[in-house]
Write a protein that binds this ligand. Structure first.
Ligand code: GDP
Ligand code: IMO
Ligand code: MG
Length: 433
């Protein structure tokens, strides 16, 4: 009964979509457990490229049952649009299961996301504007709306009214906006719920039964370790738990069912939105990485901030998630560099002028903001590695770079990505068992 968790080890966009597709095509279920349509996961199959936001990457594989777990926040409009978009391209979405306990993103959450960002001014988070934070805030405030609420008008009306009572006061008095109509919102959600109904199920029960019957489940995370609301660079984080623990709470499957935890890391680092990023390159080298790696957001199109591999981040991801394996992606992007710096630790200048070396991630964000990378430099390679399929056939300097990342991350590297396509891969260890 393999229960495999796959998470982002950095700040997102590590290539989780491709990794999920590679491993997920060999499992029975792929379940998303956190986040919502703030995610943008790319799966490339032959000449077709799919950008998935809410649907699990397993939707592309015909033998997989894709599941949206209770920990995901579901925007019903986006869900239905994404299903229609894929079906028009010949992808069958009829197997999809959506948890009846998942919270929904209502239109007013999107409005609130945008106005709160504006209100924060220079302290803004740089959110994707999809209503993620306000939807999770309602969940924790106990005024959220769950998928099963969409099937009973009176009940739904009551919940929408309760949720909007305070928000409308805020919208009108604080943000100078028009109030949102309870009846109109209820009817909109009711109609969307009706269209979603065929997919709605008790997904915790289904996943647990599947695991008990010896079937395999891949738990696919959105976002990443450093964006985790508890363990990330707070407050510049998302509002869910993209780390491995979130897979259990976000699907209703216990930790005893988990057999493997995979972290996905780029061979360098990118970040979208605000917040500190010690190895960020603000010069032409950063520009070079962005160009070579096509580093533009799948969800918002924003240029991604780029920097060198940060082993402090990866060691932290290994610890927080209990990683058993790393999938190292985009190694091909570094081809052509004479030398490649790796951040091995941070140097933090304290307020009294003294310096502290951090080999492990500081929890205090003022230390993280003040962190400057301590680099070690490895020789690069110039050979095209995109057609290499065995580790031994990589240039020696490339192998050394990978082995050093592995050592510094304190976790074995089991799969290497050498390009966006399914066959751009080097397998070191089988991840499906
Ligand atoms: P995710 O959010 O973690 O699923 O990652 P994204 O899809 O947002 O961004 C990763 C991008 O890198 C996508 O455009 C992928 O097609 C691409 N990609 C994934 N793995 C590799 C790789 O090994 N090499 C290259 N060159 N591109 C890759
Ligand atoms: P995938 O799954 C990269 C970032 C946003 C912002 C912060 C909070 O494709 O890796 P939110 O809208 O979640 O409230 O925004 O989190 N962010 C991501 N960055 N990849 C993602 O998803 C992200 N999802 C959210 O840019 O800084
Ligand atoms: Mg992405």
């Amino acid at each position: 009964m393999p229960g495999i968790i796959l998470v982002g080890a950095q700040w997102g966009d590590e290539g989780k979509g491709k990794a999920t597709d590679l491993i997920g095509s060999k499992v029975d279920y792929v379940a998303r457990f956190n986040g919502g349509n703030n995610a943008g996961h790319t799966v490339v199959v032959d000449d077709e490229s799919y950008a998935l936001h809410l649907l699990p990457s397993g939707i592309i594989s015909p033998n997989v049952t894709p599941v949206i777990g209770n920990g995901v926040v579901v925007d019903p409009e986006v869900l239905l649009q994404e299903i229609e978009g894929l079906q028009s391209r010949g992808v069958d979405c009829s197997r999809l299961l959506v948890s009846e306990a998942a919270h929904i993103i209502a239109p007013y959450h999107r409005v609130l996301d945008k106005v709160t960002e504006r209100f924060l001014g220079k302290r803004k988070i740089g959110t994707t504007g999809r209503g993620i934070g306000p939807a999770y805030a309602d969940k924790v405030n106990r005024v959220g709306i769950r998928v099963h609420d969409l099937f009973n008008r009176d009940h739904l009306h009551d919940k929408v009214e309760a949720s909007l009572r305070q928000k409308n006061q805020m919208l009108v008095k604080l943000y100078n906006r028009r109030p949102i109509d309870v009846d109109v919102t209820t009817d909109e959600l009711l109609a969307l719920g009706e269209r979603m109904r065929p997919y709605v199920a008790n997904t915790s029960l289904i996943l647990n039964n599947a695991l008990d019957e010896g079937k395999s489940v891949l738990f696919e995370g959105g976002q990443a370790t450093m964006l985790d609301v508890d363990h990330g660079t707070y407050p510049f984080v998302t509002s869910s738990n993209p780390t491995a623990g979130g897979a259990c709470t976000g699907t209703g499957v216990g930790p005893t069912k988990i057999t493997r935890v995979i972290g996905v890391s780029k061979a360098y680092v990118t970040r979208v939105g605000e917040g500190a990023f010690p190895t960020e390159l603000l010069d032409e080298q950063g520009e070079w990485l962005r160009k070579q790696g096509h580093e533009f957001g799948v969800t918002t199109g924003r240029p991604r901030r780029c920097g060198w591999f940060d082993a402090v981040v990866n060691r932290y991801a290994t610890r927080i998630n209990g990683l058993t394996d790393i999938v190292l992606t985009k190694l091909d992007v570094l081809t052509g560099l004479k030398e490649i710096p790796i951040c091995v630790a941070y140097d933090v200048r304290n307020s009294d002028g003294t310096h502290t070396r951090y080999d492990d991630m500081p929890v205090d964000q003022s230390a993280f903001v003040a962190a400057t990378p301590i680099y070690e430099t490895m020789p690069g390679w110039t050979e095209d590695i995109s057609k290499v399929h065995s580790f031994e056939d990589l240039p020696a300097t490339c192998r050394n770079y990978v082995r050093r990342l592995e050592e510094l991350s304190r976790c074995r590297i089991s799969l290497i990505g050498t390009g966006p396509q399914r066959d751009h891969v080097i397998v070191l260890h089988d991840l499906t068992v």
